[in-house]
Design a protein around this ligand. Structure first.
Ligand SMILES: [Zn+2]
Length: 279
């Protein structure tokens, strides 16, 4: 199993952040291509060269988190979903040069009317067409695309993924354990999707290539995800024990906060050591 850490635009300079993650003990980085990371790197070929050389030097792998804010791949309005696909295609072509371990995508398409069954059906129908286009590009570009379950509609429930993978055969999955809890706590999902994490792992044993691991805290009915592992409502040890029997090869500790605010290097190191004891 390889362990990864997220890097986003706020972590500049990237080379310093990569060295730090390596020093703490992680095996790979998951670089978010949300605006303007991809645009910045596209303009700065020297920086790309340096990052590639550094990863090679440190013997680290790279995975990508595809751009998602504003990238509405499944929006029922064709003009919006087409624009989303163009951004995604550009990000995929950009990522190819790194031969990434994986390229993780959120399937978004969130008009306010998404609560209505008929609108959702349009979105789900579109997901198969989009999935097949992604799958075709995936074959050509060799990106190891994974589709991640979201914390909210659409594509946050077990049945959404059963439907998707019945129509799109050759893409893998990134299971985000905190997003399962968020989706189950979202009022709109109450009666539709309360499968627990173990049901997800069971259902997609042969699909889960990447795990996003973090804990969740519940306060006054709201769920806060991306929390340090020791403190929260998810049984991390149980998740780790079950994930061992899947095809999962990459665990990204997607931890952003601790009890006092932003999580820090001490949390990242301690949590990495903790997970290793469970596997
Ligand atoms: Zn995630």
């Amino acid at each position: 199993m390889k362990f990864g850490h997220a890097i986003w635009y706020g972590d500049r300079p990237f080379e310093k952040a990569i060295k730090n993650i390596h020093r703490i003990g992680y095996d790979y980085i998951e670089l978010s291509l949300d605006y303007p990371t991809m645009e910045t790197l596209e303009k700065n070929k020297e920086m790309v060269k340096r990052i590639k050389a550094l990863l090679k030097d440190l013997d680290m792998e790279i995975g990508f988190h595809a751009p998602f804010a504003g990238v509405e791949l499944l929006h029922p309005r064709k003009i919006i979903s087409d624009a989303g696909f163009k951004i995604m295609e550009r990000a995929m072509k950009f990522a190819t040069q790194f031969s990434p371990a994986y390229f993780d995508i959120h399937l978004r398409g969130n008009p306010p009317t998404i609560k209505l069954r008929d609108v959702r059906e349009e979105i789900y129908d579109k997901s198969i067409l989009v999935g097949q286009r992604l799958s075709k590009l995936n074959k050509k570009l060799k990106l190891n695309i994974t589709i991640e379950n979201k914390p909210n509609l659409p594509f946050c429930f077990l049945d959404d993924f059963k439907f998707f993978f019945a129509g799109v055969k050759d893409l893998d999955m990134c299971l985000d354990v905190g997003h399962v809890i968020c989706a189950n706590n979202d009022g709109r999902g109450k009666n539709e999707g309360n499968a627990d994490i173990s049901e997800w792992i069971d259902a997609f044993k042969n699909k889960i290539k990447v795990l996003h691991l973090h804990n969740c805290r519940k306060t006054e009915g709201s769920v806060w995800d991306h929390y340090i592992l020791e403190d929260g409502i998810i049984d991390i040890e149980k998740v780790c024990k079950q994930i061992k029997d899947t095809k999962c090869k990459y665990i990204q500790l997607e931890i952003f906060s601790n009890e006092n605010g932003l999580a820090n290097d001490k949390d990242f190191k301690r949590n990495l050591e903790l997970v290793k004891t469970f596997l």
